[in-house]
Design a protein around this ligand. Structure first.
Ligand SMILES: Cc1ncc(COP(=O)(O)O)c(C=O)c1O
Length: 407
């Protein structure tokens, strides 16, 4: 590579903790304490005439998401497997999904004994529409579990056109896109079902938890019964009317995965700050991206026109590095306090994996995805970092990139 403008003095060591989330707001702590004092922790243990925190949360999230129905549940992974079950996916069925995602996605497909068929991704980290079109035709009528991995949204009109032409039911994995939009529509509102996570590193934090949203009454009712409603579905906060449950309630198995009132109480309080926090994430993301972009050795994915992401993490590639160079780069950044994940690592490490390490999925040939992931890096952006912290992290990345070469 030619001269790099970021190859000046090495920035000072960064002291921040990449896994440190903000403490929960005082209102959340108070709300949780009240639930614990009441003893009514189970979502269906309600005092006469009262609505549980889980039900209140469902109503609140449905309203925020602009979705008719919402089920609060145990995790994002649980929401995805429930969506697949509710759509009637059977053992041996094919489920399409993009090859750049995290293990809970193929895991959800495996949990219903379906076969994951992986679709290539582009250099901008979204599903490859040409490969999707080929596989959609080949497996017409199946489910597409589309993972908006790390917040990158494809052109959702194009995705839905391909899906509709081939009779695919689309489930959106929005674990990283709560609040992200395409063409001013919230992610999760394109497909038939959407799944969200409230696990600790997500946009609202209950340690573990998730939501399933949909406008389809049949899917919503099946999901509520699947989650373990013990025939108390009338007490849910954003579920279809009772008549929809008539036959569904007896033919649908109970695969318990409810959310409890403690988690719901802490999430309800966080809903008050969600919009503000989404802005704070993007301020931090933009500062980090700006500092990295001075380097001509780093390739940043370009947002698909019309998409607005929520930058709770940042990805970039260094396509001229070999594996040893990538390892060296990660080690040199860490010496300066910057913790990166490398998607090219053949061994899955801490929240990062690639399709070849999912041994329960049939081995598949994905040359473009493999080439892209080989030099793809990822950095978390917790809200405990200030905007200037994020600029500092970006400067370190650009500076180390300037000094890293292949063997
Ligand atoms: C892309 C993606 N989808 C789904 C999930 C599932 O979330 P959970 O951990 O709540 O099961 C995760 C979790 O990190 C994820 O990264």
């Amino acid at each position: 590579m030619g001269n790099d403008t970021s190859a000046g003095n090495t920035p000072p060591v960064f002291e921040g903790d990449f896994t440190l989330q903000e403490p929960l707001p005082e209102a959340a702590i108070q709300a949780v304490t009240e639930v614990m004092r009441s003893g009514r922790l189970h979502r269906y243990n309600t005092a006469p005439g009262k609505q549980s925190q889980a039900a209140q949360l469902e109503a609140r999230y449905a309203q925020w998401q602009k979705s008719r129905y919402c089920l609060a549940c145990a995790s994002g992974g649980y929401a995805m497997s429930t969506a697949l079950r509710a759509l009637g996916v059977k053992p041996g069925d094919t489920v399409l999904t993009n090859a750049f995602t995290l293990a809970p996605v193929p895991g959800a497909i495996q949990s219903v004994n379906a076969n994951a068929v992986l679709v290539e991704v582009t250099e901008d980290l979204v599903i490859d529409l040409a490969d999707l079109e080929i596989k959609a035709k080949q497996y017409a009528g199946c489910v597409l579990l589309l993972s908006h991995m790390r917040g990158h949204l494809a052109n959702m009109h194009d995705v839905m056109n391909i899906a509709n032409a081939n009779n695919l039911s689309v489930v959106e994995d929005c674990a990283h896109t709560m609040g992200a939009t395409f063409d001013n529509t919230l992610s999760g509102n394109f497909g038939k079902v959407a799944c969200f996570s409230t696990q600790t590193y997500k946009h609202i934090n209950s340690g573990e938890g998730g939501f399933l949203t949909t406008n389809d009454a049949d899917v919503a009712a099946r999901s509520v019964v699947l989650s373990g409603s013990y025939m108390l579905y009338e007490r849910n906060g954003a579920a279809p009317e009772n008549a929809v449950f008539e036959s569904i309630r007896l033919e649908t198995p109970n695969c318990s995965g409810r959310m409890d009132n403690v988690r719901a109480a802490m999430l309800l309080a966080q809903m008050d700050q969600l919009d503000e926090n989404l802005v704070r994430w993007n301020e931090r993301h933009d500062a980090m991206r700006g500092a990295i972009s001075v380097s001509n050795r780093v390739v940043l994915p370009q947002p698909v026109p019309g998409s607005v992401r929520i930058g709770s993490s940042l990805q970039f590639r260094m396509p001229w590095l070999d594996a040893a160079g990538c390892q060296q780069f990660v080690a040199d950044c860490l010496r300066l306090g910057v913790e990166l994940k490398w998607f090219g690592n053949p061994t899955p490490v801490a929240f990062t994996s690639q399709h070849s390490s999912w041994e329960y999925v049939d081995s598949q040939t994905l040359p473009n995805t493999d080439r892209i992931l080989a030099t793809l890096f990822d950095v978390r952006i917790p809200l405990t970092f200030s905007v200037s912290d994020c600029r500092h992290v970006g400067q370190i990345i650009a500076s180390v990139a300037a000094n890293t070469h292949s063997e």
